[in-house]
Each structure stands twice: as structure tokens, then as C-alpha cells.
Design a protein around this ligand. Structure first.
Ligand SMILES: Nc1nc2c(ncn2[C@@H]2O[C@H](COP(=O)(O)OP(=O)(O)OP(=O)(O)O)[C@@H](O)[C@H]2O)c(=O)[nH]1
Ligand SMILES: [Mg+2]
Length: 369
């Protein structure tokens, strides 16, 4: 009960939080395209935290800059100079960056996907863009072509698909609303294609990166919310199964606190998918705000009592033993309650940072302990 089991069940709350952090990993995205096509705007729209504006940019080579932010799992490799005369030098440098990263034993260094941005108004795929796609294909980096500032496609995306047959997807987007005034009649074109870009990119990422990706996405997009919920539900299933395994031999009620590290890990992982800052401090705050500072002992027991109230017929367990099915359902109940509180928060506050104390208070209300 108090030691880690072979299936990596955490033994302490610290271990649980650490596991949630380490298991999330990093995602590295190359974004390439001519100056002014809308790369930075796209990054700030798709990802949380105004990444391109507030993240620190580190020049890596003449043509590339790495943008990252503490507690944010995405690093952007922003590539400039696609239109410049010395494109060849810049492309060669970019390939060096890719090679160095892909040879690293740390998978968190690898490039996971590339977005090649082409301005719709240009209506043409340049030689440099064709060449870059060929290089990405050689390096086995999946590519999404993003046709930016889109107003009317008029067959351009089909042409792009034909010209760049190796790319995984072509998505037309409008990252910002556009207002027109036509002889006094004003109308607005709303942003478009962003949900599609989010989902196409999700399809290209390995399963192990889905939690990090869900974290990185801004909750202002419906597709992001959907991915966050889907991923959080997976975390709940895994935790419920682990709790069931711990209680495979019915455990005395007083030992139910042994389930706590599993539930702490689950809360942390759900918090990450919904966009919590990915750091030990932030996740510890998240957990203690729900469970209290002495989470591992007394409060844990109160939590179990509170959760048991949520399961019809389980009240009789108090004082007796907790069976696998009960351990599993109370973990599920806690997870579902947390997902529903978080979902409500992001739906009411799209694109905003999570307010942990508010969310914790709401969860406490629901599980009534
Ligand atoms: N109308 C409209 N304007 C956009 C859109 N996306 C970006 N812009 C504007 O285009 C200009 C350039 O956008 P950026 O995001 O800075 O372009 P960039 O590719 O990062 O440019 P560099 O960093 O210089 O290479 C800005 O004025 C944006 O506001 C869009 O979807 N629609
Ligand atoms: Mg930029």
C-alpha cells in the first residue's frame, strides 16, 4: 500500500505530482513562412498564454528563434527568411537544428510537427516552400500547410495539395476577424479554420504528447475544449483502474487514504490537460487547495467520506472495507466532478487563465466535504 507498485502507482502525493509533470513532456513545433504571413498571430491564437508575445525568444541561428515560456509545454521554432536570397543558408541551418534535436536521446527535444504558413493573397507556392516541404519529408517531420489570412479559397488549397503532395493536411485559416465597409454597409468575417488546425495537428502527435498538447491549447477554441475533456477523461479511467487494483484485496476503510496518491496524480493530470501551469508549485497549490495541506492523512479520509456520499449505496461501506469497485467508482466520481467544474470554468471564461482557488471552492462544494 505504501510503496510504489510495478505499474507505477505513486506512493506519496509528491511522487504523484512529479509523475504527472514528467509524464506530460514537451512539444516542439516549427513554424515557417514568409515575413508578415501571420505566424506570430497564429501562435498567440492557438496556444494559451500569448506565447509569441510574452514568451522569451532565443535566437538559435540567423534564421531561427526558439520561443518558450516557463510552465508551458510548447516550444516554437520560429523560422524567418523564407523569402530571402540567402534562403539556402537558412534552410541548411534549420536542418542542422532539426538534426541536433532528433539525435538527442531526450525525446522532449525532437521536433514533433511543422506548420508551413502561406499567405492566401499570394496565390502561389514558392520554390522555397516546395523545397522546405521536401526537407521536412526527408526528416520525417509531419507538416500542416496553413493558408493564412484566408478570405476566399478559389481553388488555392487544392492547388497547394497538388503542389505539396507530402504534407499531412492543408488548412485555410483566418486568425483575426476582418471588418469591411462597403458603401456604408459594414460586415465582419469571423475567424475560421482554427479548430480544424487544432484537430489536424492533434492527429499528428503521438499519444504520449496528448496531455501536453491539451495543456498548451487556448480554451477559446471549441476543439481545444473538446481535446482537453477527452484527455482528462482518459486520465480518470487510468486512475480509476489503478485505484481498483490497489483495492483488489478489499482494504479497511482507514486505509482508503492509500488511494490518495492516485487521486492526487489524477487531479494534477486533469489540471494539466485543462491548462494549469506545468510546474511543481502550481500543481501542489492545485492539489492542496482541494485537499488541504495535510492531504496525505486526515483530509484524505474526510475526502473519502465525502466521495462515498456521492455513490449510491456506498455509505454502508463506512467503518467496513472498501472493495475494488468502490475504490474505482469514488476515484471516477472525483475525476468527473473536477472535469465538470473545469469545463464550466473554461466555457464561461474562454481563453482565460484558470483560477485555481475558485475552481477548488466549486469542487469542494460538489463533493461536500
Ligand atoms: N486580417 C488579418 N490580418 C492578420 C491575420 N493574421 C495576422 N494578421 C496581421 O498580419 C500582420 C503580420 O502578422 P504576424 O503574426 O506578425 O506575422 P509573422 O508571420 O509573425 O511576421 P514576422 O514575425 O515578421 O515574420 C499583423 O498586422 C497581423 O495583425 C488574419 O488572419 N487576418
Ligand atoms: Mg512573427
Amino acid at each position: 500500500m505504501t510503496t510504489s507498485t510495478a505499474n507505477n502507482t505513486p506512493a506519496t502525493t509528491e511522487e504523484a505530482i512529479d509523475g504527472a509533470l514528467k509524464g506530460s513532456g514537451k512539444i516542439n513545433v516549427i513554424i515557417a513562412g514568409k515575413t508578415g504571413v501571420g505566424k506570430s498571430t497564429l501562435i498567440n491564437t492557438i496556444f494559451r498564454g500569448n506565447l509569441a508575445q510574452t514568451g522569451s525568444g532565443r535566437p538559435v541561428t540567423q534564421g531561427t528563434e526558439e520561443i518558450s515560456k516557463p510552465g508551458h509545454p510548447v516550444t516554437i521554432i520560429d523560422t524567418k527568411g523564407l523569402e530571402l536570397k540567402d534562403y539556402d543558408t537558412i534552410a541548411a541551418e534549420l536542418m542542422d537544428v532539426i538534426d541536433t534535436r532528433s539525435h538527442s536521446e531526450d525525446e522532449n527535444q525532437h521536433i514533433h510537427v511543422a506548420w508551413l504558413c502561406i499567405h492566401e493573397d499570394g496565390r502561389r507556392v514558392e520554390e522555397a516552400e516546395i523545397e522546405l516541404c521536401r526537407l521536412f519529408a526527408d526528416k520525417k517531420i509531419p507538416v500542416v500547410v496553413v493558408i493564412t489570412k484566408s478570405r476566399s479559397d478559389n481553388g488555392f488549397s487544392d492547388e497547394v495539395r497538388k503542389t505539396l503532395p507530402t504534407v499531412a493536411a492543408v488548412v485555410s485559416v483566418r486568425a483575426l476577424p476582418e471588418e469591411f465597409d462597403d458603401d456604408g454597409d459594414s460586415f465582419t468575417l469571423k475567424p475560421k479554420g482554427l479548430d480544424k488546425l487544432i484537430l489536424e495537428t492533434a492527429n499528428l502527435l503521438p499519444e504520449a504528447k496528448k496531455r501536453a498538447y491539451a495543456n498548451a491549447l487556448s480554451s477559446r477554441h471549441a476543439a481545444a475544449t473538446r481535446l482537453k475533456i477527452e484527455q482528462a477523461e482518459k486520465e480518470v479511467l487510468v486512475a480509476a483502474t489503478a485505484a481498483g487494483a490497489v483495492a483488489a484485496v478489499p482494504i479497511p476503510f482507514s486505509d482508503a487514504v492509500g488511494l490518495l496518491p492516485i487521486q492526487v496524480g489524477m487531479l494534477a493530470k486533469i489540471g494539466i490537460t485543462f491548462g494549469m501551469e506545468v510546474s511543481t508549485t502550481a500543481l501542489t497549490t492545485l492539489v492542496t487547495s482541494v485537499l488541504g495541506a495535510g492531504a496525505a492523512t486526515l483530509v484524505g479520509r474526510t475526502l473519502v467520506t465525502g466521495l462515498l456520499k456521492m455513490i449510491p449505496g456506498a455509505g454502508s461501506v463506512v467503518g467496513g472495507t472498501i472493495a475494488a469497485a468502490t475504490a474505482s467508482s469514488l476515484t471516477k466520481a472525483l475525476g468527473s466532478a473536477y472535469i465538470s467544474v473545469l469545463t464550466r470554468f473554461i466555457e464561461e471564461n474562454p481563453g482565460k487563465e484558470l483560477e485555481i482557488s475558485l475552481i477548488a471552492a466549486e469542487l469542494k462544494k460538489r463533493i461536500s466535504f
